[in-house]
Design a protein around this ligand. Sequence first.
Ligand SMILES: Nc1ncnc2c1ncn2[C@@H]1O[C@H](COP(=O)(O)OP(=O)(O)OP(=O)(O)O)[C@@H](O)[C@H]1O
Ligand SMILES: [Mg+2]
Length: 510
Amino acid sequence: MFSKISSLGLFGLNAFPVEVEVDISRGQPRFEIVGLPDIAVKESRERIRSALYTISVQIPPKRITVNLAPADVKKSGTMHDLAILIGLLRSMECISKNLDGKCFIGEVSLGGEVRSVNGVLPMTILAKNLGFSELYVPAQNAAEASAIQGITVYGVHTIGELIDHLENLNPMTPTKPYQQPNINKIDALDFSDVKGQTNAKYALEVVAAGGHNVLMVGPPGSGKSMLAKRLPYILPEMTMQESLETTNIYSISGLLDPKFPIIKNRPFRSPHHTISGVGLVGGGSIPHPGEISLAHNGLLFLDELAEFDRHTLDIMRQPLEDHEVTITRAAGTITYPCSFMLVAAMNPCPCGYFGHEKRRCTCTHSQIQRYRSKISGPLMERFDLQIEVDPVPYDELSSKGKAESSEEIRKRVQEARKIQLERFKGTNITCNAQIPAGKVQEYCVMEEKAETLVKNSFEKLGLSVRSYDRILRVSRTIADLKKSDIIRSNHAAAAIQFCTIGWKYVPPMK
Ligand SMILES: Nc1ncnc2c1ncn2[C@@H]1O[C@H](COP(=O)(O)OP(=O)(O)OP(=O)(O)O)[C@@H](O)[C@H]1O
Ligand SMILES: [Mg+2]
């Protein structure tokens, strides 16, 4: 008998419909899967054979052909197991009920359990758009799928449970629509823990308000890592759209927490400096997302920036500007979004004490040059703000006074973001850092005094056009934090100070 079951496949972030056709006919006994399956799909035969054995069903010694349509698109992974198994049972007439409008995804274990698969969220969105009324997913992925409204989701534990349900012997209850539990904020890191560092904290407030990239330079123990780790807690809340975009990337990477499957907090990724280019921007035979995409709508923190491989850092330059990365491999071309804020920290030299007030630097000139040459001029130019984080003086460190909390800073950040959303209404820009090069002067209107100030610095410091644009964008954010329509000279002065330190560390920067 012939049967047809609906399933879904995945390529990068794109889900696509798959029809599983099963035909059992007389002939030499064999079990074949066609339709460009990869090894994982082909191996499903063994899993299904063993899983059926656990419910006392034996595959008949006939000629069994499974076709995964469309037959010209490569199928990979284990998500088709469940549909193949159901198709087989239907062809064997073990399932008699109508399966129209039902879609199945899941891996089957040798023992008959249904195991979780990656990419359930994008597949659920497609299932809903294709008009399926019921979606059967592994129980572990059910919460993730139930975040999408308009489709009934069933979380399946075992194949026995599913067969009883389909045959109306013991109906399962659909998964309740997902509701985000209240997140416990106790483990949130707070800016009030950081003593002193007023300048650095203000710079990070500007960074959060405008979505800018930032580089922190300072001696060991000055609090750079400490400050960076607190940055996520002053960022504005994610919109529903941002949350779904980021969750999709985590879903296909299999990185979602089954208890909190929808990402509501902006991601904070901090890869180790030994990371490879593929790990950072993505890749592999079927290209998977790298750290820059996992940081989408959040932060990528590169601690000890100068320890990273220079080539690895440089391949990040183009995605940083385009907010997406396209990877081409034999399996096809995939584009992943990567709109992230880059936060980096480094010491001024290998020993860490170059320019320190009290301690002597023990590095030779060439050691310092080699250390700094890891960061190319163009990469340095992509840091909108560059700040020096000096060690905290003793009286500030020992003071009992409580510094401002992250919540208070965040309120100001939210206000500034609101102004920006209003300004960029109808465009695809969401914050000042994203103002494209050609539009900077249109959006960043300065008073005359501010213009003169920027012009003088431009000529005196020999800045590049890109640096000029950066100064204007950062000035715009500082003005937004002060709720000023026009950029005043004090806003521009603060921006110039934040934007021009980098040249000290990467000479010459033009
Ligand atoms: N401003 C500060 N207020 C309170 N504690 C601080 C401050 N700065 C540093 N510390 C303490 O010093 C420790 C080291 O700070 P941190 O790891 O942030 O330094 P760093 O600048 O990243 O150093 P390195 O260059 O070695 O990575 C922190 O865990 C924290 O306990
Ligand atoms: Mg550190």
